[in-house]
Design a binder for this molecule. Structure first.
Ligand SMILES: Nc1ncnc2c1ncn2[C@@H]1O[C@H](COP(=O)(O)OP(=O)(O)OP(=O)(O)O)[C@@H](O)[C@H]1O
Length: 371
């Protein structure tokens, strides 16, 4: 657990970057600091490992006052990842990752073996081990940065905009892998970003900071989206927050309809017979959806080039947002729901998805009114 107790940072020029901050980041969870430029996110983060010393107040790491421990000792238990990875340009990837173990006097061979293992863990091919950072893409360098921070197996990780310097697709991949890794490792993580979408995707809880370094709100993402405490937080969270909040709401039950299906090679007559409103769903041998087929386009048999693969597929146990999106993005207007193995469960129209949303919201309103 990391606890800020009335922490203030006033820089020598008089700028108050952080002002009386109180918050708790629970062990084994991801706490995200988010807020507009200059709200004190980086300053707050760096005070935890004492790269910046607070002017007043205390930061506790479990029951230890961080101000009372030797800074070098403190940092040994705290991994640190920054934007652009901050790798040493003249060291190979494997040596970059093993930096801290080397410093701690660990056997070189052992440290290298562990570095190779970490490369695999963060989704990097070990064939890159002997390369230099400049020979890797931005996304690959960020993975090296994460592996390096994990090398000493610290219980705490501080991450300052680690995924900001890469394109949106790579960024989403890095986020997904990071969540998978954290599900295995259960580190106590403080993650800084200025991107609210990244914050609500990654955070178990999100701290929205205001310029001047005060806390706007500290809450789990769904609470932040559904119930922002004031206009500042509501404005920062964004206009489509109601829609995005659906990403954290699962349907207790969605009435799916059975869908007739065809396989590759199905004859035109079979396609015509199975089609509803001109469209039929194609599945493979394991009943996994492979695309929609426009019945009128099938002259002989269903071939791969006739498959429309555009629509999203939602897990039947997934969020209402995913289910609604599946229906809105489907060429047939029928969203495809699958089970945990990816096999077809049934389909829903946007109308059915909206009815399920209505039902959940009504239940929530009722629970709210009763409490
Ligand atoms: N060394 C310094 N001396 C004086 N003021 C500083 C110093 N470092 C940061 N500041 C100021 O402190 C405030 C908070 O800065 P900080 O970098 O913590 O914000 P941030 O939320 O991380 O910003 P960004 O999202 O732009 O990175 C800003 O007003 C900044 O100008």
């Amino acid at each position: 657990m990391i606890r800020f107790e009335s922490v203030t940072k006033r820089y020598p020029d008089g700028t108050v970057a952080v002002d009386g901050l109180d918050l708790v980041a629970p062990s084994g969870q991801i706490t995200v600091f988010v807020g507009p430029s200059g709200c004190g996110k980086t300053t707050s983060l760096r005070m935890i490992n004492r790269m910046i010393e607070p002017t007043s107040g205390t930061i506790w790491l479990d029951d230890q006052d961080t101000g009372a421990v030797n800074a070098a000792t403190l940092r040994r238990g705290i991994g640190y990842v920054i934007q652009h990875a901050g790798l040493f340009p003249h060291r190979t990837i494997v040596d970059n990752i093993a930096t801290v173990p080397y410093l701690l006097g660990q056997d070189k061979k052992q440290a290298r073996a562990r570095a190779l293992e970490l490369m695999e863990r963060v989704g990097l091919s070990t064939t890159f081990a002997k390369r230099y950072p400049a020979q890797l893409s931005g996304g690959q360098q960020q993975r090296v940065g994460v592996a390096r921070a994990l090398a000493a197996d610290p219980p705490v990780m501080l991450m300052d905009e680690p995924f900001s310097a890469v394109d949106p697709v790579v960024r989403a991949e890095l986020q997904d892998e990071f969540l998978r890794l954290q599900a295995e490792l259960g580190k106590t993580i403080i993650f800084v970003t200025h991107d609210i979408d990244e914050a609500v995707k990654l955070g178990d809880q999100v701290a929205v900071l205001k310029v001047g370094g005060t806390l706007g709100q500290l809450a789990p993402p769904s609470v932040l989206l559904n119930d922002p405490v004031d206009d500042f937080v509501a404005g920062f969270v964004g206009r489509d927050r109601g829609y995005r909040a659906l990403g954290f709401t699962t349907a207790s039950s969605v009435a799916t309809q059975d869908e007739k299906t065809v396989g590759l090679g199905a004859e035109a007559a079979a396609v015509q017979a199975a089609a509803v409103d001109g469209w039929v769903l194609a599945v493979d041998d394991a009943r996994k959806p492979i695309g929609w087929v426009r019945a009128a386009a099938v002259t002989a048999t269903v071939t791969p080039d006739l498959l429309h693969r555009g629509g999203t597929v939602a897990p039947a146990s997934g969020s209402l947002r995913a289910i609604l999106d599946a229906s809105l993005s489907s060429p047939s207007g029928r969203g495809v729901l699958v089970d945990d193995d990816g096999a077809l469960v049934g389909t829903v129209t946007a109308g059915v998805a909206v009815a399920a949303i209505e039902k959940e919201l009504a239940a929530r309103r009722q629970a709210g009114a009763a409490s």
